[in-house]
Ligand binder design. Structure first.
Ligand code: THU
Length: 160
């Protein structure tokens, strides 16, 4: 028997103001699109902004449904749009902002497992890391150097 340890590293910024201007602008877009979320059931709004290699930004927000599982998270709304419309553009970074209408959510909110898996697919496809930034409504921002970093011991096409 042997034991394997996988390290996960993050950078933590006190606020959006500490980010480099490119990523501050990206997070600002995530915050803006978050306000357009369709979240009548959870009242939990999430916005995602994706920076492509050509400088274009693709955004998305969570889209809920009366049949709850038919809804989709913001990160996947955005990444599937990027994948569908810009299949040859590398994705450089994704910024995510999430907060509830019902309570104060200042701490950084990480993406759910399904979104990590979906984002990771594009990182593997493009053979280049996607930087990931996440925050709550306001406050600290966490940076992960890649999606794989927050999806240790992952499943990917290598096993198929
Ligand atoms: N949600 C996201 O948009 N992204 C995540 O990573 C986690 C959850 C959405 C889905 C649902 O509309 C609401 O937040 C509550 O789960």
């Amino acid at each position: 028997m042997k034991e394997i340890k996988i390290d996960v590293n993050f950078k933590v910024y006190a606020s959006i103001d500490e980010l480099d201007v490119v990523f501050r602008d990206l997070m600002t877009e995530a915050v803006e699109i978050r306000k357009k979320a369709y979240a009548p059931y959870s009242k939990f709004r999430v916005g995602a902004a994706i920076l492509l290699e050509n400088g274009q930004v693709v955004t998305g927000s969570n889209q809920e449904n009366a049949a709850y599982p038919s809804g989709l998270c913001a990160e996947r709304t955005a990444i599937f749009y990027a994948g569908a419309n810009f299949p040859d553009q590398k994705i450089l970074a994704i910024a995510i902002s999430a907060c509830s209408d019902l309570k104060i959510t200042n701490g950084p909110i990480p993406p759910c497992g399904s979104c990590r898996q979906s984002l990771f697919e594009y990182e593997v496809k493009q053979e280049n890391p996607i930087k990931l930034f996440c925050m709550g409504g306001v406050g600290e921002v966490i940076e992960s150097s890649s999606v794989g970093n927050i999806l240790p011991f992952h499943f990917d096409k290598a096993v198929l």
